[in-house]
Design a protein around this ligand. Structure first.
Ligand SMILES: *Cc1c(COP(=O)(O)O)cnc(C)c1O
Length: 458
């Protein structure tokens, strides 16, 4: 008999989970203008808003914090991090940054100018924000099957190579400074990109004289899916697979708050020394000197260890296993979930969950609010609110998917917490036919509005 899989760690310190009543939550969410970002964390019972910066560090990471070197230039912590980055990614040149969007800011300052096109697979919201802020245009070339909620395809995060080639072909040279491939594809549901696809994109980048960068926040989870789903990789190690993924590219941006299991941090890495030098100037302006870039020495030490923790195979097995566990509990209840289950989160289809709420009334957000009221669970809308308005027409982008995302912090919640979450979702599901009030926008920011939007009930 095979013994069950379990978490390859045990608890050394605990944090209290605050409980609350339904009446309290009704009031709190009103006070928060129906935006879950506005809630205080102690008004939340289980916080699945994001897996970003919410992970639990290991004892080794905490130990590394104690030996942080806070020298302005040339700190040993910088060299510890450099060694880890080079070992895990294969890139010789890297620049620390305080988080992923800061890394994007540094790279894009060096690469992107007004009027450029930046093709890729459903760019992450801050990536899109940084591109559009520069009056350049992100072009989504994700495979069509990604839009099918339940069709099984092992790599739903892939780039449609024919579509990408059309974009590359039909544009004059110099207009496309780079292609950004996001691994795993967060916006498509934490879905992985295959090695074959990365190789194919890389080939096209060479053919059309442009460059390829990986938005690598969840590179280790992506490597896990390659190992378990792609032919030729089951016997390879996670780090070997990660090195191969990066080997086809010109560099990367990294939000270390995801797969590197730190609470803050990021970096960019480069193959080309010239580009590294150009980006270094922006790193100094925006982030800090090139040997710390917005991070304290102790944080660089924790990140260095986190890169090893996050690429540990046993850890990834339990991590991705927990996401699938929550997904399968929901599926047993009949809840419409995105399949196959992704790396860091379970996504619920708000259109089929709440058929009485038309898309103009933000069903994704309505569902997130109902789940909060039901069980104190904080999730995130991935739908029209997050999609922002079209930068040219200023129309709402209602054409995409409406989902809520239940993102699982790393090494934080137990499977009992997952059972609680699934039961709360089911309780909302059972009363879905009585949920008929939508939401409308009271106030919104011109870009990345979902973080600060204020809503009211229709
Ligand atoms: C989180 C994330 C970012 C931005 O990183 P921050 O650390 O939140 O600034 C960029 N891309 C992807 C894919 C991400 O998941």
């Amino acid at each position: 008999m095979e013994l069950p899989i379990f978490e390859p760690f045990k608890t050394k310190m605990v944090e209290t989970v605050y409980k609350s009543s339904r009446e309290q939550r009704e009031q709190w969410i009103k006070d928060a203008s129906f935006n879950l970002f506005n809630l205080k964390s102690d008004q939340v019972i289980i916080d699945l808003l994001t897996d970003s910066g919410t992970g639990a560090m290991s004892d080794r990471q905490w130990a590394a914090m104690m030996t942080g070197d806070e020298s302005y230039a040339g700190a040993s912590s910088y060299y510890n991090l450099k060694k880890a980055v080079t070992e895990i990614t294969g890139f010789d040149f890297f620049l620390p940054a305080h988080q992923g969007r800061a890394a994007e800011n540094v790279l894009f300052s060096a690469l992107i100018k007004e009027g450029d096109l930046v093709p890729g697979n459903s760019h992450f919201d801050t990536t899109k924000g940084h591109i559009e802020f520069r009056k350049a245009i992100p072009v989504d070339c994700t495979v069509d099957i990604a839009m099918d909620f339940t069709a099984y395809y092992p790599f739903k995060g892939n780039v449609d190579l024919a579509r990408l080639e059309d974009v590359l072909k039909s544009n004059p040279r110099g207009k496309i400074p780079c292609i950004i491939v996001t691994i795993t594809n967060n916006t498509a549901g934490g879905q992985p990109v295959s090695m074959e696809n990365i190789r194919g994109v890389s080939r096209l980048a060479r053919k059309y004289d442009t460059s390829l960068f990986l938005d690598s926040a969840r590179f280790a989870e992506n490597a896990w899916f390659i190992k378990t789903r792609e032919e030729g990789y089951p016997d390879k190690g996670i780090r070997e697979i990660a090195l191969e993924m990066f080997s086809y590219t010109d560099g990367m941006t990294m939000s270390s708050k995801k797969d590197a299991i730190v609470n803050m941090g990021g970096f960019t890495a480069y193959r080309d020394k010239e580009l590294f030098r150009k980006a270094s100037a922006y790193n100094i302006i925006y982030e800090g000197f090139i040997t710390y870039g917005g991070m304290s020495g102790r944080d660089m030490n924790a990140l260095a260890q986190g890169l090893y923790d996050g690429t540990d195979e046993e850890y990834l097995r339990s991590r991705i296993g927990q996401v699938a566990y929550l997904g399968s509990l929901l599926k047993e209840y009949g809840v419409p979930v995105l399949e196959p289950f992704g790396g860091h989160a379970v996504f619920i289809d708000a259109y089929s969950f709440l058929p009485l709420i038309p898309k103009e009334k933000f069903p994704g957000q309505v569902l997130a609010v109902e789940l909060y009221i039901e069980g104190g669970i904080r999730s995130a809308e991935v739908g029209a609110l997050m999609a922002d308005r079209d930068p040219v027409t200023r129309e709402n982008r209602f054409s995409g998917r409406e989902m809520i995302r239940l993102a699982l912090p790393r090494r934080v919640y137990s499977d009992n917490h997952m059972k609680y979450v699934a039961a709360a979702v089911n309780a909302v599901y059972e009363r879905r036919k009585s949920i008929n009030r939508g939401l409308k926008i009271k106030w919104e920011a011109p870009i990345l509005r979902h973080f600060t939007v204020e809503l009211e009930r229709f």
